[in-house]
Design a protein around this ligand. Sequence first.
Ligand SMILES: Nc1ncnc2c1ncn2[C@@H]1O[C@H](COP(=O)(O)OP(=O)(O)OP(=O)(O)O)[C@@H](O)[C@H]1O
Length: 313
Amino acid sequence: MTSDSTTIDGDAAIRLRGVSKRYGALTAVDGVDLAVPRGQLLGLIGHNGAGKSTLFKMMLGLIRPSAGQILVNGSDVGGRDFRAARRSIGYLPENLVLYDNLTALETLQFFAKLKGAPAAQCAPLLEQVGLAGAAQRAVREFSKGMRQRLGFAQALLGAPRVLFLDEPTTGLDPSAIREFYAVLNGLRAQGVTLVITSHILAELQERVDRLAIMANGRVQAQGSVSELREQLQLPLQVSLAAAPAEHPALREGLRPLGSLQFREAEGRLSFSCPRPAKMALLGALAPLAARLQDVQIHEPTLEDMFFGLREAP
Ligand SMILES: Nc1ncnc2c1ncn2[C@@H]1O[C@H](COP(=O)(O)OP(=O)(O)OP(=O)(O)O)[C@@H](O)[C@H]1O
């Protein structure tokens, strides 16, 4: 699959070239090239074991790549100056360990000390993630979503310029997810670069600037959602509502589009239509308008794209 990383390299806050990680015979990450422009939100998606967490850990300097180069904020990860550069990077791991006996505020103060961030940031950050009212409560009493909010506050300590968030919305309810993305949008507007993983594809679809789809250690495709749609050329899903008596005439009227696989259910005639035939489809439907009650044309969803890639040879 094509990558446009070369065209955005100039202002990339994160840049990976030929990055691999091998564990003995197993190649967890295999020759990844990736570039994330400053101030953008990249969604990283992939099946279990695709290599997302391994890629994260390498970008954070927690594990060393077997091959390739990683630059974050202009610093070579693993290089001499990376220790200092690490302070401008925030990270929310998939499973953050919290101490149950500490309060939310004490927890954040503890992480602030570890990171060398000012303790004065802790209370405003709790406010930002919606935990101001729970600042003095012990973490042991926290729900899953509250723990996740606290983890997010921890990642924001030190006003990072690059944020890596591994499954950050796990355990959040729909309104908390909305608030979480509002915070991300605010950060993005300040030029913070964000990389986020999620298994909830529909959630990412409307919210990310770019996506990288990983499978078997490789980035199989990357780009904006509309670029991926173009690259993958998955068909449109068309559904026509019409009285069953009209279906034969509809099939006949759509014959110029070539052989379509029709499905009939609940008064609807449905079929997949190749993307390049979209205008021809609209042209064929116009003279059939009097026979139709409704027309739905769906672009492929991120889920369609994800599974389309996995099923590709
Ligand atoms: N320390 C390790 N030693 C050996 N193999 C490892 C190690 N860490 C990861 N792997 C393997 O590398 C592959 C990629 O794992 P990784 O955790 O990066 O996947 P992932 O995409 O984050 O998966 P998930 O969505 O389940 O979190 C898997 O096959 C995993 O078993």
